[in-house]
Design a binder for this molecule. Sequence first.
Ligand code: SAH
Length: 359
Amino acid sequence: MTLEVFLKQRIAAEGTLSVAQFMQEALSHPEYGYYQRQDPFGTQGDFITAPEISQVFGELLGIWCAVAWEGMGAPSAVALVELGPGRGTLMNDLLRGTKHIPHFHDALEVHLVETSPHLTTLQQQSLQKFHPMRFYWHQDITSLPQKPLFLVANELLDALPIHQYVKTNEGWREQGVGLHAETGAFLFEKMLPPKGVVLPKDMLEGAVVERCPAAVELVAAVSRHIASYGGAALFIDYGYEENGFKGTLQAVKSHRYHPVLEEVGNADLTAHVDFSALKQAAAKEKVAVYGTVPQSHLLEALGIEMRTKMLLQQMPREDWPLFLKGIERLVHPQAMGELFKVMAITAKEMPVPVGFEKE
Ligand code: SAH
C-alpha cells in the first residue's frame, strides 16, 4: 500500500482529518511516512539542510556544546542529544570537530531521538566509526537519561504536525483534509475547531493561525529536563516570532515548492516554526531562554570565518568554489542566514551561551 492509499482509506473510514493528523501520518507513519523513504536529503533528494550543505555547520555546533559544557564546569557524565538527526551528518561533524577538546568525549554518552526506523539505521551505520563511544536511540525524549544534557535540533520542529485555524465569515474553522466526492482526490475542508482552543478575537476573514502543540510540549519537556539536571539546548529552524496570520504549511519536492495535497508521501511537508510560542513555553519552566538570533549570527559568533580559512588551507584549490558556496548558503541573508533562526535554552545558573545576549 502507498501512503496515499492508506490516507484515503483512513479518511473514507473516519471522515475528514485535521491538517495535524494528516501531516503526522504523511511524514512519520512508521511504514508509509515520508521519512521512511529511501533518502529525502541532499542534492539528489527533495531538500537540503545545513549539515548536508557544509561540514562546518556541525563542527561549529559542536564547539557551542563544548563551550556550554565547560561553562557548566565540565561535568564528567553528560548526555549529548540530537533530535531528528536525519542522515546523522550533523552528529558526525560535531563529534569529529570536538575530538581534540580535552575530556569532552570522555564525558559523553550520545543519545539520538528519531522516529523513522529507516533513518535510525542510516544513523547507526554512519556513527559506527566512533566506537567505543556509547550511542543510544530513542523514539521520544521521555527515555533520556537523568543527566545534564547538551542538545541540538536542526529542522526538527518544522516537521512536527501543526493545526491550522482559518477565520471564515462564519467564525473560526479548523482546516482539515477530506476527499472530493466524485474524483476521490484530497481536498481541504473546514471543520469546527475542538472546544478549548482559544483563538484571537477581531481577526479579518482569511486570517490563519497555526499551532503546533507537539513542538510546544517538546520544548517544555526539554526545558524541564534542563531545569532538573542542567545543560543547554539549541533549536534551529526557519520560522518567525511575529505571526503574520498566514498559513505556512508547504510541500517541497526535488528542491521546489509543490502543491501540498498532490503526490502525498513523495514530497516533504513542513510549516514555519512559531518561536514566540516556544519561547513562552520554555519561559514557564525554570530555565534561561535566549534568542531567537539569525543562524548567520550564531555561526559568525562561533568563528565560521576562521574555520573556513583554516579548511581552505587544507584543501586543493579546485575544491574552493564549491566549499565557499556552501558557507555562503549558510550565512548569506538571502539564503539560510536570516530565514533560519536559533533559540537557546540553558540552566539558569549557566553563563550566557555563545552567540546570544542576556535578555
Ligand atoms: N536534522 C537533520 C534532519 C532534518 S529532517 C538535518 O538537519 O539534516 C527531520 C528529522 O526529524 C528526520 O530525521 C525525521 O525522521 C525526524 N523526526 C520527525 N519527527 C520526529 C519526532 N517526533 N521525533 C524525533 N524525530 C523526528
